[in-house]
Design a protein around this ligand. Sequence first.
Ligand SMILES: *Cc1c(COP(=O)(O)O)cnc(C)c1O
Length: 422
Amino acid sequence: MKEHIETLCVQAGYTPKTGESRIPPIVQSTTFFYGDSQVMADLFDLKREGFFYSRLANPTVDALEKKVAALEGGVCGIGCASGMSAVLLTAMTLCEAGDNIVTASEIYGGTFNLFSTTLPKFGIEARFFDADTPAEEIEALIDEKTKFVFAETIANPAVIVLDFDKIAAVCKRHGVLFIVDNTLATPALCRPFEWGANIVIHSTSKYMDGHAAALGGMIVDGGNFTYKNNVRYPAFNTPDESYHGLVYADLPVAFGTKCRAQMMRDTGAVMSPQNAFLTLLGSDTLALRMERHSRNAEKVAAYLASHPKIEWVRSATLPTNKYYPLAQKYLPDGTGGMLSFGIRGDAKACARFMEHLRIATQETHVADVRSCVLHPASTTHRQLSDEQLRAAGIAPNLVRLSVGIENADDLIADLSQALDCV
Ligand SMILES: *Cc1c(COP(=O)(O)O)cnc(C)c1O
């Protein structure tokens, strides 16, 4: 029987043996003891599972990897130092110079920079499409050197909901991997493998940890893609000479093994045991928190939409939102806490509003238990003119709000008194 997400959040990933600690302990050790040299040899040959060096695997990180894999319904998780390293490792596992990737353009800013600026320095080209691009136009971007198609379930910060069926059909037709960043939806609200994704990525720094305590990333292999004899993926079908001639396509977990054995080995962008422990604690309440984030955001969005000083509200909880039908289909239990809105007036009016907020604080972070706001035009994007802001898709009056798990009436009262000061 497959258990529900609420049960998996508190039970999956770690099962103590008699007398062991009830929750996964922090195993703060780089290395592990073995009395038998044959056992060590088998570990290095990947013939046996176990720990030998924390750059490749660690028991605390392993518990989180198993938990997130269970939550997503995948076959293997790989804990990374951050969400960005999870995206980078995924690309490095699949691509080499001369390859390309096809990606949504409405994605997290860090990922956008990685794809548009850094990967090209290594000979990997990124081809961008917009959320509303028709399937045929996306297909036209794919050629024999395309290694994956990438998108976010809920785009950060554009809060656009991914049309899974459209992208999954394109990927199926071309036998190309479909990779989804599920950070802002989390498996509590959407499980991309059920909608055709092959690899799922997380910044666990957001809702997965949920308390703004630990940076981290996770890659989950869906185990639902055939690499064997797929001419698009020669690196999976030829022996890896750096790993005694291993052919990854022959293994039960092809991508996950290549990612860990090759790329984690070579980059060391691993999650620390301490951060895995904090993320494990946080993730126990993931399903509960996502319920509350979603309900609160729904109430806040409805309140703002009816406020005379608010010009527009972007939230897929509103029936007038363009992506409402997609949210109903793929995120029936809620869309999390992210929304944005425009205040009638200039950047100064936005600044006044933000200064008067008492609960929501100004932060660059999003997606944790505490509500926070950001006015890009006066902070992260303050060097840009109004024209440049618009070109970057950021209205000068845009305020981004990450709705926390406080009482919704308190949040609304706070927004209300701050709007009175505008
Ligand atoms: C924050 C974020 C990332 C990057 O994660 P870090 O842990 O900050 O490196 C990637 N994708 C999305 C959708 C994010 O929100």
